[in-house]
Structures are given as structure tokens and as C-alpha cells.
Design a protein around this ligand. Structure first.
Ligand code: DGJ
Length: 714
């Protein structure tokens, strides 16, 4: 069956994604209505939706407010408009007329033009058979020859939900070292605005939102979700009108940013992805994970190597000798990728100097990076290096040579954050210098992996060229994407970790160009459970870098057992950040055992299907073919007299048996699903376990077990 069907007479299109659909309709008014988003409908069924017009709000305002898929500002519509412009004569109202459509296997383009002014708008949609995801963006074109048109808002998508009274909104908020905190609340009347005006995705919110039917749990209920693939300023407006009409509008940019569209120019917005799923928040997350793996991340089938990062061990106190010692110990415990973090270049002995001077500090590395690199490679590990290419310190050769390269305004302060400025990547010459410098670093050194950091937001942003166009914000991100794309193309074996003081720039745009994410600088295992739980709402485990670090934790001073710290970090792409030089032989031995254990199950954790069991207390990963299960479970504290509960698992074959690899004990699938898996947690606080099960086929019926009365009846 085709994914996109069209009823010409009704000017109606059905976009069929996996187990869901999105229905569009151009009315007699020439406006684009979002007619249905939800369970799949056939074309014939969808046409009958036209017989159920939405109730007219009891007011003299435009009855189409809140139901337009292309929500262009105009007339008596006062709700959020995803498309807002100002024509040269000051007119703000858009009067769009439908001009045509193009359908191909997976995509649909609907075209509109203004009835008077030279503006054309295309709405683009794409669906695929393997996912409930609908991908969308707009293209806006100035078709005239005269004056520029100002675009004041161009949301990539305005998703129209069925009118309901009981929706809840879920999204993540946070701050540095406390990213990904879930907020779930009744959807408020009016507009709920989420976003970032920092020039980066930000630690404070993440560009996605979920709306559930009001009753959804981890296992049950309908969930609508949408995300924006963009790494700069962004805004999501979730609107609930008094009539209970609900829309979800996502776009790049943040008020009062605007763009000038010159005659002949075209503006293409980033992609927004939306999906409708049933089966609760768990199923919604799994659908997002599947989509991101299948259509976003560059190397979904690779296993992420076990990484060692020396940052928490040494911070800026970097030396060749100490790094070699760490590398020796890392290799001995089974690490596969050794990463030298900040402090290796220029005069970078603390955070006040050196950014921009991407050559080794010769006092610390007299013969450059080669000796360490060869040492690391000689130990059989890959070599990774930290860079922060978008930045410069005032105390750097780069800044002294090019003080005009930073983002700044002539009559304003140059705000320093972490003693650094942001290079103006929107300038082509600066962007090209950044690309060429990192390219050179990669050509001169056999670097396998970069940790690409970005430690401060943008400030004092203004127009690039004396005009009043705010295009710097988006040109910065576009040029960053171009640099990453080109570096990846020129160095195909290179892998990149996305970092921004932890998780300050996590989004589908960066995930398309990097291989894993450092999701938070907070390495406290207890805090981390919450941060990882929030991350997993949208993003898959294989992208989530997580380190085992020292105890007490440097950020929270909390002491936790090594196994607990390890099991928390094992929930994604494992890293080790412990000061290995300070570890006892016993600790190194235990780390070695745990890493070997992780390696034996990481294909299930990184490539399997994830089930969250309880509020961040346990996670189950099932291999795609169902033959292996890995469970990570955490018991933070215990009360006297309360036994540890068994943990019911999910999505097993009730007819099959499952053998616990470490003990050989066999369990019936049906019993694991109902009674649960006995966890046999160790004694004490912050107890945790990693359990690996293998499906062993059908366990032969054992009458005594099946019928407890059997034995006594004999
Ligand atoms: C911030 C990162 O999140 C840390 O992991 C570390 O790389 C520092 N920057 C280094 O300056």
C-alpha cells in the first residue's frame, strides 16, 4: 500500500506511517487543515472525517484558529501562528492560496503562495514504513524582485492534535550538571513556551515535547511527541485554546529574532519529527530510539568502545608521564579508547588561556602528541582527543591575532563566560579556519576520536553585515554542521563525542553528526540515574556516554560502592573516569572484571530494545531477536523488615525458558513476566546488579511445578 494517498476531489492527503497516520486537508478557504493525527485510517475512512467538522467556538473569531497545519498569521486568528512575516509595506497578514502538490513514494510537498505579495511557501512531509515518524519542514521563497520580506517566525511544523480535555505535557528541564529532569503536568490553557535563546540547544530545556492522553503510564496509553533537529535557538509553543484545541509548534529561532528574505532567496527550516504511538511512554521512547537509530545517527550498527577519559583524574594537571601511566592501567583493565581531555595544547594550564591554539603544549608534550599516541596505540587502544574548536580565550595567540573573530558588538561589553569568547562561525573565513585547523590536527596525528566540546552560550549577537537580519544565529549552526559534515567525510574513520559542558547541546541535529553524547558533567551515580532516565525518553542508550568515576564523587561528595557506580554507567556507552593511578590493585581488579562483564553484554545494551522498569530503578534491554536479556537494577536504600522485591520483566516469551548466565539458574518466561526476576542484591545501601539471561527454548512442562496439588494428591 502506498504510504501517501490523495483524494483529489476532496483535496485531502493521508500520510501513513507505522501504525499511525497524519491527515491533511485543504479547505475551500485554501487553508491547510490538520485533520487527524493518530491511529491509522484508510483514505476512504479519512474522507469521512470531513463529515465531522470540529465544533465552532462560540465567538465571532476565526473558527479555524488552532486547527491549521500551516498556521500562518492573518485575519481574526489570534492563537499561535507558526508562520509570521512582515512585508515591506508593514503588512503582517498572510493570505495563502493553495497552488499544488507533489507526491513521491515517501514524501509530499504542498505549495502555497500569497494572494498579493511575492511569497511562496512549501510544506514538506516524509513518512517511512518502518516508523511512526513523520518528518516535516517548510521552504519559504521570496518570488519578487523588489524589497526584502522579514520572516519573524517560521516554525518547521505545527502539529494538530485531536481536541481533548485531559492532555498532559511532558518535557525535560534542567541546568548544568542536572540535565534531563522530566516535568509532567496537565496541559495548561494558553501557550506553554519552551526554548533556548542561548544560541545552543541548552541544558535548560531540550527540543522535544510529549503530550499524552492524560492517563498514559510507562506501559499504557497514547502519546504524541515531536522534536526539532536543531542545535541553536529554538522554541516550542504548546497551545491549548479554551475550546480544547491543542497544537504543538516547533521551530528554530527565539523571539525577537527575525530573518530578512531578499528577492530570490529561500529559507529552509530544520526538520521537525513527530510521532503518535500507543503503549505508553515506554513504547513512545522505543519508537523514538528505533527512529533515531534507523534514520539519524551515523553508525547505528557499531558498538561503542569502552572509553577512558582522564578529565576527572587530572583536570588541567596534564603531563605525558601521567597520561602514559593512566593509559597503561586503562589498557590493563580492558579499556579500548583512551581520551586525553582538556589541558594538552597552547598555554592551557587552566581555563583562562589557550583556546584557539590547537598545537600541543611543548612543556607538557615536548615531542608533540606522537609519543602518547604511539603509546596508546601500542597498548591496543584507540586514541581520542578533546577539542573546543568554536572558542577562544582572550589570552591566546588566536585572539591576539584576530580579536575581530569573536561574536561581539561594537559598543557593548564582551561578556566572558569561563574566561572565553565564541568564535563567529557565521563568518565564512572563521568557519573555514576552524575546519582547516581541526583537519590539520587530524592529518598530523593518528587521532581516532574527538570529544567536541562547547562550554559557553552565545552573547552580544547582532547582525553580520550592518543589516537588521538576525541570520548570525542560524548561520552559526549551519556552518557548524557543515564543518562537522566535511570533517566526517574527509576522515571517515573518525568518531566524535558531542559535549557542551555535559549535555548542553543534545538534539537530533547533533546526533546526526556525532556518535555519542556526554550527557552531563555530573558523574554522581545517584543523580545520574535521574539524568539518564530523562535522556532515555527520546535518545537511545548507545548514544549515551556514561563514566564510572571516583568515590566520594567530586561534585556531590557522595560515596557510593564501585559496583553501583559501574552498573549506572553500564546503562549506555561505558566510560571510565576514575583516577586509575590512585586505585588499589583490588579496585583495578574489580574494574577489570566489571568491564569484561560489560563487554559480554554491551551488544544487548547498545543495540537492544530498552524497557524502563520502575522510576529509574531498573532497566531491561532485550536483544532484537529476543534471545538475550540484560537487566540493570538499583536499590538505593532499604528499610528494616522489607525484603527486596522480585522484578517483573517485559516482552519475554512466556513459553520459553531463560538461563541466568552467571548462575545457570533457569526461569520460566511466564514466571519472569509475572512473579519477576529475583535480584539477589548485595547487602547494604546503593545495592545494584547486572543480570544476563539467555533464552534456552521451551522448558519441558514439569507437572509438579505446574500443579502444586499434584504431589500431595499422590
Ligand atoms: C566540559 C566537559 O563537559 C568536561 O567533560 C571536560 O571536558 C571539560 N569541559 C574540560 O574543560
Amino acid at each position: 500500500m502506498p504510504l501517501i494517498t490523495h483524494a483529489r476531489d476532496h483535496r485531502l492527503w493521508v500520510l501513513t506511517a507505522a501504525e499511525s497516520c497524519y491527515v491533511l486537508h485543504v479547505g475551500d478557504d485554501d487553508l491547510l487543515h490538520g485533520l487527524h493525527w493518530g491511529p491509522a485510517l484508510t483514505l476512504e475512512q479519512a474522507i469521512t472525517l470531513l463529515d465531522y467538522p470540529p465544533p465552532r467556538p462560540r465567538s465571532c473569531e476565526d473558527p479555524r484558529d488552532g486547527i491549521l497545519d500551516l498556521g500562518a498569521a492573518g485575519g481574526a486568528r489570534y492563537g499561535h501562528a507558526g508562520l509570521q512575516v512582515r512585508f515591506p509595506d508593514g503588512t503582517r497578514d498572510l493570505e495563502l492560496r493553495f497552488t499544488g502538490h507533489q507526491i513521491s513514494d515517501e514524501s509530499l510537498i504542498l505549495t502555497f503562495e500569497d494572494s498579493h505579495y511575492p511569497l511562496a511557501v512549501e510544506t514538506h512531509y516524509r513518512v517511512r514504513a518502518d516508523s511512526p515518524a513523520v518528518e516535516r519542514h517548510l521552504t519559504i521563497r521570496h518570488t519578487g524582485t523588489d524589497l526584502p520580506i522579514r520572516i519573524t517566525r517560521a516554525d518547521s511544523a505545527t502539529w494538530i492534535l485531536p481536541a481533548r480535555t485531559d492532555y498532559r505535557l511532558s518535557h525535560n528541564y534542567g541546568q548544568w550538571a542536572a540535565e534531563n529532569q522530566i516535568q509532567r503536568s496537565v496541559l495548561a490553557f494558553g501557550a506553554t513556551v519552551l526554548g533556548s535563546n542561548r544560541g545552543m540547544t541548552s541544558h535548560h530545556a531540550n527540543p522535544w515535547a510529549l503530550i499524552d492522553d492524560g492517563s498514559a503510564s510507562e506501559e499504557h496509553g497514547a502519546v504524541y511527541g515531536a522534536a526539532l533537529a536543531w542545535s541553536g535557538n529554538w522554541q516550542i509553543v504548546v497551545q491549548r485554546l479554551p475550546s480544547d484545541r491543542v497544537s504543538l509548534s516547533l521551530g528554530a529561532g527565539h523571539a525577537p529574532e527575525s530573518r530578512l528574505l531578499e528577492p530570490g532567496d529561500e529559507l529552509t527550516t530544520p526538520v521537525s519529527v513527530g510521532m503518535y504511538t500507543e503503549g505508553g511512554f515506554g513504547a513512545a521512547s522505543r519508537a523514538w530510539h528505533d527512529y533515531i537509530r534507523a534514520h539519524v545517527i551515523p553508525h547505528p550498527d557499531e558498538l561503542r568502545p569502552v572509553l577512558y577519559n582522564s578529565w576527572e583524574a587530572t583536570e588541567f594537571d596534564v603531563s605525558l608521564k601521567a597520561q602514559m601511566t593512566l593509559a597503561d592501567r586503562a589498557a590493563a583493565i580492558g579499556v579500548e579508547l583512551f581520551l586525553l581531555d582538556d589541558g594538552w595544547f597552547g598555554r592551557r594550564i587552566d581555563d583562562t588561556a589557550g583556546l584557539g591554539d590547537w598545537t600541543p603544549n611543548l612543556e607538557r608534550f615536548p615531542d608533540g602528541l606522537a609519543p602518547l599516541l604511539e603509546h596508546v596505540h601500542g597498548l591496543g587502544m584507540k586514541f581520542g582527543l578533546w577539542v573546543e574548536p568554536e572558542m577562544t580565550n582572550p589570552n591566546s595567540d588566536l585572539y591576539r591575532a584576530h580579536p575581530d573573530w569573536i561574536i561581539a558588538r561594537p559598543h557593548r561589553d564582551r561578556t566572558r563566560i569561563r574566561e572565553q569568547y565564541v568564535l563567529n562561525l557565521a563568518r565564512r573565513d572563521v568557519a573555514e579556519w576552524v575546519r582547516a585547523t581541526i583537519d590539520n590536527l587530524l592529518r598530523e596525528n593518528a587521532i581516532d576520536f574527538l570529544k567536541w566540546d562547547m562550554n559557553r552560550p552565545l552573547t552580544e549577537v547582532g547582525p553580520l553585515d550592518g543589516s537588521t537580519d538576525d541570520g548570525l544565529w542560524s548561520a552559526y549552526v549551519e556552518n557548524l554542521y557543515a564543518i562537522l559534515d566535511r570533517l566526517r567525510a574527509d576522515h571517515p574513520a573518525l568518531r566524535i563525542e558531542c559535549c557542551s559542558s555535559g549535555g548542553g547541546r543534545v538534539d537530533l541535529g547533533m546526533l546526526a553528526r556525532t556518535d555519542q553524547v556526554w550527557i552531563s558533567d555530573n558523574t554522581d551515580a545517584v543523580d545520574r540515574l535521574t539524568i539518564q532516565h530523562g535522556y532515555s525518553q527520546l535518545y537511545p542508550a548507545q548514544t549515551m556516554g556514561a563514566w564510572v568515576t571516583g568515590s566520594p564523587n567530586p561534585w556531590t561528595a557522595r560515596s557510593t560502592p564501585l559496583d553501583f557506580r559501574f552498573h549506572v554507567a553500564a546503562a549506555g556507552a561505558l566510560g571510565i573516569g576514575v583516577d586509575l593511578a590512585a586505585c588499589s590493585d583490588a579496585e583495578l581488579g574489580r574494574l577489570g572484571e566489571l568491564i569484561a562483564r560489560y563487554k559480554s553484554v554491551r551488544h544487548v545494551i547498545q543495540h537492544g530494545v530498552q524497557y524502563r522498569l520502575g522510576e529509574s530503578n531498573a532497566v531491561q534491554y532485550s536483544a532484537l531477536d529476543g534471545t538475550e536479556i540484560v537487566v540493570l537494577a538499583f536499590q538505593q536504600s532499604r528499610s528494616f523488615g522489607r525484603a527486596d522485591a522480585a522484578l517483573p520483566l517485559r516482552a519475554l516469551d512466556p513459553q520459553a525458558g531463560y538461563r541466568q548466565v552467571s548462575t545457570g539458574r533457569e526461569h520460566h518466561g511466564a514466571v519472569l513476566l509475572t512473579r519477576g526476576l529475583p535480584l539477589d542484591l548485595p547487602a547494604g545501601e546503593q545495592a545494584s546488579t547486572l543480570i544476563h539471561l539467555r533464552r534456552v527454548g521451551i522448558i519441558p512442562p514439569n507437572e509438579e511445578e505446574a500443579n502444586p496439588w499434584h504431589a500431595s494428591a499422590q
